[in-house]
Write a protein that binds this ligand. Structure first.
Ligand code: ZN
Ligand code: ZN
Length: 365
């Protein structure tokens, strides 16, 4: 039996190919991929913007947000993961080594234990057994992969939201310690911004403000549907004075999840109250010009860099999804087959005129 997969061979180049089904031993498993989410990282990867940043060797199978069912599992792995054939799981992108000083202290997102990057969607097909990405009918489950059982009431299409919602929980709640009564400003209305807004409301935030550009109107409307209190179009309104109207001291927490734009980082500094917290979750690819470090010092502002998501937030995300209390269907805007991966990425990237994407999913068959 063969595995069908979409491989990236270089910048903006993805093609379909086939791989041999790997032999599964006692301690590993094979996932039948049902759905694989796409995020801004997939877009950067596709455009080749990560080539200098990460040690990527082509060809590779992209896709780091997969959900699927266990297709085959070794006897030791079944016992260790407490899983059997047919069980549905969500797979974390990082594969932690489990033994380096970061892994041993629970910060496995900084794992230094591998010779190469060990994250699903970024491993060359030259590394056996080749099928290390979610843009495929099947994906190899390494003995150290981190898996989460998907609650039985969730379809793969809903469960795949574990990834953006996990980021929302960690960046929007855990890292800045959002709690009952917090006031939260989310800069950027992409799926991670919307998820941060939702997670902050779930945590009891009394005021959640989401910002975006005029072309993000559909996402700003969606933010309010999902429970945000205020959505601000920063091209039509003056953000800082509007935030001051709503929250005269400034907000407790500001979360930047915009890609590339540096103005939102400066806005965050202006909008957060003395003693408040700024979470930076969006990569800029450039320095923030005239960053006012003195204001951080004088106002005692805490800045947190949000790298990835770890298990507690993924678990919380799956349990939020399982409650079915929040209607996240409006987030799910686009689905594509394995033969349409490039269109899927271009759709999320906003490269296809007329398409307003939020959450884009690949459904391999
Ligand atoms: Zn992602
Ligand atoms: Zn490690």
């Amino acid at each position: 039996m063969t595995i069908k997969a979409a491989i990236q061979t270089g910048r903006r180049a993805i093609e379909l190919t086939e791989f041999k089904r790997p032999k599964i031993g006692r301690d590993d498993a094979l996932l039948r991929v049902e759905a694989c989410g796409i995020c801004g990282t997939d877009v950067e990867q596709y455009r080749g913007e990560m080539d200098g940043v990460l040690d990527l060797r082509y060809p590779l199978i992209p896709g780091h947000e997969p959900v699927g069912v266990i297709d085959e599992i070794g006897v030791d792995a079944a016992e260790r993961w407490n899983l059997n054939v047919g069980d549905r799981v969500a797979v974390e992108p990082f594969i932690p080594c489990g033994g380096c000083s970061y892994c041993l202290t629970g910060s496995y997102e900084h794992c230094t234990g591998w010779k190469q990057m060990m994250s699903y969607g970024f491993i060359s097909t030259a590394v056996a057994p080749a099928v290390w990405g979610g843009y495929a009918t099947h994906m190899y489950l390494h003995p150290k992969a981190v898996l989460h059982r998907v609650p039985s009431n969730l379809t793969p299409e809903v469960a795949v939201l574990f990834n953006p919602l996990g980021a929302g929980v960690r960046w929007g709640v855990t890292l800045p310690r959002t709690t009952v009564g917090s006031t939260v400003l989310v800069l950027g209305p992409g799926q991670r911004g919307l998820a941060s807004a939702l997670a902050a409301k779930v945590a009891g935030a009394s005021l959640v403000i989401v910002t975006g550009l005029s072309r993000d109107r559909h996402k700003l409307d969606l933010a309010v549907t999902l429970g945000a209190d205020v959505a601000i179009d920063v091209e039509k309104e003056d953000l800082v004075s509007r935030v001051r109207e709503l929250c005269p001291r400034g907000v407790d927490i500001a979360i930047d999840v915009t890609a590339n734009a540096t103005a939102p980082v400066l806005d965050a500094v202006e909008c957060v109250r003395p003693g408040g917290t700024i979470v930076l979750g969006g990569l800029k690819g450039t320095a923030v010009k005239d960053f006012p470090t003195d204001k951080l010092v004088l106002r005692g502002i805490t800045v947190i860099g949000a790298r990835g998501v770890t298990a507690p937030a993924y678990r919380e995300a799956l349990s939020i999804l399982a409650t079915e209390r929040y209607d996240l269907r409006p987030l799910q805007t686009h689905r594509f087959g394995l033969d349409q991966c490039e269109t899927a990425i271009q759709t999320l990237a906003g490269e296809i005129p007329g398409e307003h994407a939020v959450n884009v999913v690949i459904l391999p068959r």
